[in-house]
Design a protein around this ligand. Structure first.
Ligand code: UDP
Length: 337
C-alpha cells in the first residue's frame, strides 16, 4: 500500500527533525523542506541516503532545499502539512529579521495555498511569543497578549500573530482544515549549541569552562518542555478536530537563576552565574495553561526537567570539540547593549 505523504517545513531544524522521525515511525512518507538558514543537515543525516547504503528511513524520506517564502510546487498527493520553518531564538531574529518576518507571513501564505490545492490538513507552529511580555499568568489561549511590534522580538511575534490570523482566515473562508499550536520553551537533543537560547548557552558555557551568562537578575521565569513531550502534543493536535489555537508546553515554571543553578549542579562546573543586562522586551514570566490540551487531547508532559536535562546534557557532551568551541554569538549573543 502506498504510504500517505506529509510535508514538514523546517525539517533540518531542532523541532522539524524530531517531527520527521516521528512521522516516519508512524508509517508516513515524509518530504522535509528547509533552506538551511538556521537548520543543519546533520539533524536529518540518518534519514538521508548515504554511501554506506540506505539509511533506516531513506525510502520514506525526501529532502528538498527550498525557501518556503518563495512559491512552492510539489507533485502528488499530500495528506498533512506541518509548518515549522522559522528562526526561533531572539538572537536569530536580530541577525535575520526580514527572513524571520517572511517565513511566517509569506511562507505561511504559500503553504496555506498548497494545502488548499492538495486538500491537505495543515498545522502551523505558533508560539508563546504571541503573548509577548504577558500581563496574564499563566497564559490561557484566550489571552490576546502584550507585544511590542517594533521591538527586537516584534519581527517574530508579529509574523507569528499574522500566521495565526491568515491560518484562521483560510479555515473560515476556504473551509481548510487547519490546526494552530502555541509552543512554549522546548529543549532537547539537536538544539543548536550557539543559537543564544538559554539552555544551550548555559550547557555550552559549562562544557567550555566559562561562566554562565545570566541576563538581568535571573528573576524572569520560563517553563521548559522536553522535545518528545512536545512532539506527542503536536501529533495529537494534528489528529484531533480542534481548530482554535492550543498551548503545548510544560507548566513547571522556574526562574532563570534557579535554572542556571540546576545546570551548574548537573554539569558539575566550577564556574558561576554572572549577571549581564537584560535584553529589551525580555518577557518577565511565562507559563502555559494547558487545561485545553489536557481536556481535549488527553495530553500532558511526561518527562520531568531533571530527566530531560540529563538526556540533553549527554547529547551536548557527545559533540566534538570543534562544534563545542564554534562561536556564532558571544555573550549578549548579538544583542545591542
Ligand atoms: N537568558 C540568559 N542567558 C543567556 C540566554 C538567555 O539569562 O545566555 C535568559 C533570557 O534573557 C530569557 C531566558 O533566559 O529571560 C530565556 O531565553 P531564551 O532566549 O532561551 O528564550 P525566550 O526568551 O525566547 O523564552
Amino acid at each position: 500500500m502506498k504510504k500517505e505523504r506529509v510535508l514538514i517545513t523546517g525539517a533540518a531544524g531542532f523541532l522539524g527533525s524530531h517531527l520527521c522521525d516521528r512521522f516516519i515511525k508512524e508509517g508516513f512518507s515524509v518530504i522535509g523542506m528547509d533552506n538551511l538558514i538556521t537548520g543543519d543537515l546533520k539533524n536529518i543525516a540518518h534519514l538521508l541516503p548515504s554511501p554506506q547504503g540506505e539509511g533506516q528511513g531513506v525510502r520514506s524520506f525526501q529532502f528538498i532545499n527550498h525557501d518556503v517564502a518563495k512559491h512552492i510546487s510539489l507533485d502528488g498527493d499530500i495528506k498533512y502539512i506541518l509548518h515549522f520553518a522559522s528562526p526561533a531564538s531572539p538572537v536569530d531574529y536580530l541577525k535575520i529579521p526580514i527572513q524571520t518576518l517572511k517565513v511566517s507571513s509569506l511562507g505561511t501564505h504559500n503553504l496555506l495555498g498548497l494545502a488548499k490545492t492538495k486538500k491537505a490538513r495543515i498545522l502551523v507552529a505558533s508560539t508563546s511569543e504571541v503573548y509577548g511580555d504577558p500581563l496574564v499568568h499563566p497564559q490561557t489561549e484566550e489571552y490576546w497578549g502584550n507585544v511590542n511590534p517594533v521591538g527586537p522580538r516584534g519581527v517574530y511575534d508579529e509574523a507569528k500573530r499574522f500566521m495565526e490570523a491568515m491560518t484562521m482566515a483560510y479555515h473560515t473562508y476556504h473551509g481548510l482544515e487547519t490546526r494552530i499550536i502555541r509552543i512554549f520553551n522546548t529543549y532537547g537533543p539537536r538544539m543548536r549549541l550557539n543559537d543564544g537560547r538559554v539552555l544551550p548557552a548555559f550547557i555550552g558555557q559549562a562544557l567550555r569552562g566559562e561562566n554562565l551568562t545570566m541576563f538581568g537578575d535571573g528573576s524572569q521565569t520560563r517553563s521548559f518542555c522536553y522535545v518528545d513531550d512536545l512532539v506527542e502534543g503536536i501529533y495529537r493536535l494534528l489528529m484531533s478536530d480542534y481548530v482554535q489555537p492550543m498551548n503545548i508546553g510544560n507548566p513547571s515554571e522556574i526562574t532563570i537563576k534557579e535554572f542556571g543553578e540546576e545546570i551548574i549542579k548537573l554539569t558539575g562546573t566550577k564556574q558561576k552565574l554572572i549577571s549581564f543586562p537584560l535584553p529589551q522586551d525580555d518577557p518577565k514570566q511565562r507559563q502555559p495553561d494547558i487545561t485545553k490540551a489536557r481536556n481535549i487531547l488527553g495530553w500532558e508532559p511526561m518527562i520531568s526537567r531533571s530527566e530531560g536535562l540529563k538526556i540533553t546534557y549527554a547529547y551536548f557532551k557527545s559533540l566534538s570539540k570543534e562544534e563545542l568551541t564554534k562561536v556564532e554569538h558571544k555573550s549578549f549573543g548579538g544583542y545591542k547593549k
